[in-house]
Ligand binder design. Structure first.
Ligand code: GRG
Length: 318
């Protein structure tokens, strides 16, 4: 225990840093990702348990929220807070839970018969398959509104709460995720261009990653320059994540992904592999991850986890 508190000079990536949390920071990336994802799941369980909600609706909320999602956006929020402040604080914990709720809502509604009409999500029957369509609509509605309720009630400083609510509303709303979904629907069966694709994917996916980074940074008290850099980083890895998702839809199996593979081509969706081809899509995802890593330069070695995250998101297999 004592040795752990001593200061060490260690090499992490290409940077030499003074590190007094040697044991924690030397843990392998996947272990840290898993540990933080479990932390988010425990927070969601606690927040859900404290809600007075109809028992069937609560079961549907638990079914969708506690299912094995990767928790990428919420962990990103935690790591951005940790990067700028040195720790994960209470406000970052609540911000992470809120973004995970909004993300899960989008999946529940996207799977509905009127949208993608899907049967499988996170390796289990979709919410409407398990609970019926009406309950699934209400589950999505409840997740979306609960996210804003916890931000309003649980964040310990009103200026921070307002900042977090504004970021999340903008990213998830009609100038963000909803705009992306609308453009995506309209692009079905059309010949998309790269420019058109970038607009769809930036709105549908990348803005939520940007938002996660911004919420973590705000919770950690980032200065304007730190906030701007982390927003840029989030937007770039979000776009790279979506390109990787398009590629996995072509190359992956439903079992591996926990959702129906090959759906994009079937629905004649406008995707990166369809418009650019597979090799160019892989190259673009890698270029975006490299650009994201570059943006982190002024943070030094403290941002190594975020660097590894950028690379992991384009190399992922699920
Ligand atoms: C509000 C109906 C509605 C839709 C909004 C985000 C979105 C648009 C729809 C969700 C479905 C989808 C294909 C979104 C693109 C982003 C994406 C790849 C989501 C899946 O995210 P992961 O892989 O999921 O992080 P897990 O299950 O790991 O949390």
């Amino acid at each position: 225990m004592k040795a752990r508190r001593n200061r060490y000079n260690v090499k992490l990536g290409k940077f030499k840093i003074k590190n007094w949390k040697l044991k924690i920071e030397n843990q392998d990336f996947n272990t840290q990702l898993r540990r933080r994802a479990q932390f988010v799941t425990r927070t969601l369980q606690r927040l859900l348990a404290s809600q007075q909600i109809d028992s069937e609706l609560k079961e549907a909320l638990r079914y969708t929220l506690i299912s094995p999602g990767k928790r990428v956006r919420s962990v990103l929020a935690l790591w951005c807070c940790e990067l700028v402040s040195g720790e994960v604080n209470h406000n970052a914990e609540i911000a992470a839970a809120a973004i995970e709720m909004v993300h899960t809502y989008s999946l529940v509604h996207d799977d509905l018969p009127a949208m993608d009409d899907d049967d499988l999500r996170r390796g289990q029957p979709t919410c409407h398959k398990a609970f019926g369509e009406a309950t699934a609509i209400l589950t999505g509605d409840a997740l979306l509104t609960l996210a804003f309720e916890i931000l309003a009630k649980e964040i310990d400083e009103s200026a921070i709460a307002v900042g977090l609510i504004g970021e999340l509303a903008q990213a998830a709303g009609p100038a963000g995720m909803i705009a992306g979904q609308m453009a995506d629907l309209k692009a079905e069966n059309t010949e998309g261009t790269e420019q058109h694709l970038r607009i769809i994917h930036t709105n549908k996916t990348a803005k939520m990653f940007r938002c996660a980074a911004a919420m973590g940074a705000i919770a950690g008290g980032a200065d304007d320059n730190q906030l701007k850099r982390l927003c840029d980083y989030g937007l770039k890895i979000g776009l790279a994540f979506q390109i990787a998702d398009d590629i996995l839809d072509v190359c992956g199996s439903s079992e591996q992904l926990g959702k129906t593979a090959g759906k994009d081509a079937k629905a004649a969706k406008c995707t990166y592999p369809a418009v650019l081809g597979m090799e160019k899509s892989k190259q673009l995802a890698k270029e975006l991850a490299d650009e994201a890593v570059e943006v982190l330069e002024p943070f030094g070695a403290k941002a190594d986890l975020l660097r590894q995250l950028a690379m992991a998101l384009v190399e992922r297999t699920r």
